[in-house]
Design a protein around this ligand. Sequence first.
Ligand code: ZN
Length: 304
Amino acid sequence: MEGSHGLHHITCIAGDPQENLDFYAGVLGLRLVKRSVNQDDPTTYHLFYADREGTPGTDLTFFPWPKLPPHRPGVGQAVEVALAVPEGSLGYWEGRLGPFLRGQGQRYGRPALLLQDPHGLPLALVEAPGPGRPWEGSPVPPAHQVRGLLGARLLVRSLLPSLAVLEGVLGYRRVAEEGDRVLLAQEGSFLEVEALPQGRLGAFGVGGVHHLAFRVRDEAHGLALRQKALHLGLRPTPPIDRFWFRSIYFREPGGVLFELATDGPGFAVDEPLEGLGQRLVLPPWLEANRQRIEAALPPLHLPA
Ligand code: ZN
């Protein structure tokens, strides 16, 4: 039976929201496709960055929680996010990234630049194809623009239980193995899973990954994968309406929070494509509290 269709979005924790916006829209040149609030904590923004249309698989989202302590990397966490950039563009990025650049390396057998966002989130830019479509409003020329999510690195206590979920539920396939590290792939996205049997547990915080979301076609597809997760003894939530998609959450056995998210209806369901990200968008059930919610949020300005 069909697994997931690879990565849908990755959600991380940021510090100051304006610094987050200045980096992801201003430096990386992603499009802010949705300016909303955390549906479980509407006093916090939820910022969504993606390609010009918010294509599933291109979306990196943030909860800015500046009062949280810094993320502590460790077991039970995703500790690096890789983004796809076009072949031959690393030279451009090397010149653009300035103080955020940490070095050069390899990811998934390809050349990569390693960087850190302003709040400590480790990122890799890797020359690889991606689903994203160039956005004419980006400060980055179309030939070099980020093309979407490429992968993530996960730290777990032991490999087998996590692999049972990645392979058996999400449809990832092993492409390389070396000691306690396994590289998996699915529809152009990669997950590198490393077991640290004695490693200490990580902790959520600023600069960390909150969860990884995987693409499902529709709710029926999500429910079918939910059933497989139940059979493995996991405890998935019922489907939750996130308005731009419907989501099912579960913690995989290694402790990393996963989500199954539908491809539709997408970010253009509640504002025109040209105006994505310009104004605060609330799901209908929070609209009645708009005034109070807006008053509690710090102002945000798109980089010039
Ligand atoms: Zn999510």
